[in-house]
Design a protein around this ligand. Sequence first.
Ligand SMILES: NC(=O)c1ccc[n+]([C@@H]2O[C@H](COP(=O)([O-])OP(=O)(O)OC[C@H]3O[C@@H](n4cnc5c(N)ncnc54)[C@H](OP(=O)(O)O)[C@@H]3O)[C@@H](O)[C@H]2O)c1
Length: 219
Amino acid sequence: MRIGIIGAGAMARALGGGWAAAGHEVRFGARRREAAVELADAIGHGARGGSIEEAAEFADAVLLAVPVDALDAVLRSTVLDGRVLIDCTNAFQPDTSAPDGTLNFVLAEDAVAERVAATVATAHVVKAFNLCAAEVWAAEAREFDGSRLSVPLCGDDPDAVQLVAGLAEDLKLRPFPAGGLHRARYLEATSAMTVGLWFAGHDSRAMFPPLAAASAARD
Ligand SMILES: NC(=O)c1ccc[n+]([C@@H]2O[C@H](COP(=O)([O-])OP(=O)(O)OC[C@H]3O[C@@H](n4cnc5c(N)ncnc54)[C@H](OP(=O)(O)O)[C@@H]3O)[C@@H](O)[C@H]2O)c1
């Protein structure tokens, strides 16, 4: 598949690098063209770098790997009609009410993926990959305590969700559907909470029992 990656930072490297290694045609696009070319050269596997416009034009699916406050300008200046848009962004900002020395996060806005979809109405937005650090996506490890690392996906277009599920599987991750795009805001909020707890030294994973013990059966 032809995958465009907008951004040349940590998430671009982690996910774009994984997809290139899995055999996809990956093109990085960045506001500093040389940064995209440098990243593509470092990754190899036929990956190429260029402008944001070139990456978007080339691709069937486009990963948005830029800060949230850059999204509006990027989306409004790039032709993305009909593309599957993978939104991994988090609108984190430091929680200034946290005690001194504690790094907690709140969200600068509540529903980034919905805003992306409203800005590019003809694209098919799927929220994915926002829950874990770039280093996690880039790492080899995929099994933890006997469970495959999973990627919840929120999107309204079943074909787009299916496509992104395949891309998650290509990274040896387990995708699962998490509802329509209106639920992406819960993934965004989940990230703010869990990442803040991790930064505070708590094991967010330990908050949850395994499925068999979750008492999740309908009465
Ligand atoms: N890093 C993580 O662990 C992680 C995990 C989950 C989700 N995310 C989300 O993924 C997104 C990307 O994060 P990242 O860690 O990859 O960031 P990053 O390493 O800082 O890279 C950001 C990329 O966006 C580009 N950029 C910044 N401002 C821009 C603008 N106004 N217009 C165009 N391009 C711009 C940067 O270009 P320059 O080099 O020119 O500044 C850089 O290529 C963020 O929304 C973040 O919340 C990150």
